[in-house]
Design a protein around this ligand. Sequence first.
Ligand code: ATP
Length: 443
Amino acid sequence: MESIIDKLTSLSKRRGFIFQNSEIYGGLASTWDYGPIGAELKKNIKDYWWNHYVHMRDDIVALDSSILSLNKVWETSGHVQNFSDPLIECKDCNARFRSDALEISKGVCPTLKCSNTSFDDPREFNMMFKTNIGPVVSDSSEIYLRPETAQGIFVNFENIINTSRKKIPFGVAQIGKVFRNEITTGNFIFRTREFEMMEIEYFVKPQDSEKYYKEWINNSMEFILSLNIDKSNLRLREHEQEDLSHYSKGTTDIEYKFPWSWAELQGIANRGSFDLDSHSKSASKNFSIFEEPTKTRYTPYVIEPSIGVDRLLLITLLDAYNEEKVESNNETRTVLKLSPKISPVKVAILPLSKDQKLSELSKKIQRDLLSKGDLGKIEYDETQSIGRRYRRQDEIGTPLCITIDFDSLEDNKVTIRNRDTMLQERVNLDSLHSTLIKEIKDY
Ligand code: ATP
C-alpha cells in the first residue's frame, strides 16, 4: 500500500508544491525545490510566524544576518568542536550512517539487502558545510555555512541593544537558510541538508529563565495548534541531562507523530548565558547588563524556541491530508484541510464554462478582489470540467471557490463553495468581498 509520505510526494509534484531538485538530471538526493503552490505555502507559514511573534508583540525585534561569518564565531560557539554526529561505517558494504540508525535496526546494517553486523568504531563527524572565500582555494580561505541562525543574533547582541532600546526581557527573531551536512537524510523534506529555520533568542534575567523556558514551551505549542494541527499528534519530550547539547541547561522538544515514529518538530532550549559569555570572552566585550535598582550586573540567559520551516510545512501537509468518500457520486476525493491562514490559494474563481461573457465577468470579479489586496493569492481557472477544477482546488487546500454561471449574468450573484463542508451558498456581488473575508476568518 502507498504510504502517506509517498502520496504526499506525488501530490506535491502533481500540484506544484515540491519538486525534486535537479530532477531533469536525475535529481540531487534529499534536496527539494518549492513550486508555485509550495512557495506560497512556505511564504505564508513564515509570514504567519513573523506576524505572530514580531509584529503582534512589542518585546521581539527582527534580525537578518549573513550565512557566512568569521570562523571565530563557530570556534567560539563550540560548533567546530561539538556540532557533530557519531558516524558508523559498515565493514561489508561501506555504507555510512548515524549510530542511532544502527540502534534502530538492532545492530544490523540498515542498508537494503546488507545483513552485516560488524562496523568500524563510531567517529565524530562535524556537520558544518565548508566552502572557500575569495579566489584562492587554501586552508586559510575555508569558511563555514551557518548551521543555525542563532549565532548571528549573539554576535550582534550589542548592536541590537544599542539600536532597539529594548530592555530585558526581550527577544530577537530571525528566519533564514541554514546548512547541515547530515549523515542520513530522508523522509521527504523531514531531514535535508539545506533548510530554513525560524528562531527566537529571548533574553531574560538568569533567575527568571525557568519561568520563561516554560512560557516558551507553552506558547510554541499554542502557535502550532493555531495552525489546526491535531493535538493528539503532538507531545512534549524533555531531554535527559546527559543528552543535552553542549550549550543547554534544559531542552524540551515538541514532537509530532510522523508516519514512521514520534520525532522532533521544534526544540525549546534554555541556553543559559553560554553564548554571550563565550563571545564576550573571545571578543573581549562586555555583554553584561547593569541593573539600576540593585546596582548589579548580570549576563542575560537566553531561551531559544527553534523550528524548521520545512519540517513545520511537512506536518501541515501530513495533518491536512484527507481522503474522503463523497456520497453524492461515490467517489473518493483528496482534500488538504489546511488552515486558511496558510493556504497557498485563498480563493479560486471558476467560471462554469469557457463562454466569453462568463470569462469577462469572472475576470472582472478577480480584478476587483485582487485590488483589495487583503485576500492573498486568488486563482482564475477556466480549463476542464468544473468537477475536476474543484478537485484540483481541494488538493491544494483552497478554502473557498467561487463559481460564476449563466444566472450570474442576470442576477449578479455567484456561488461560494466551502472546501471542507462542500456546501454552496449564493452571494450577491456587492457583498462578495466581505463574505469571503468573514468566511476565511470563521473557517
Ligand atoms: P534532529 O534531532 O532532528 O537532528 P536537532 O536537534 O539537530 O534536530 P535543532 O538544532 O534543535 O535540531 O534544530 C531546530 C529545528 O530545526 C528542529 O526542531 C527541526 O524543526 C529543524 N531541523 C533540524 N535539522 C533539520 C534538517 N536536517 N532538515 C530539516 N529540518 C531540520
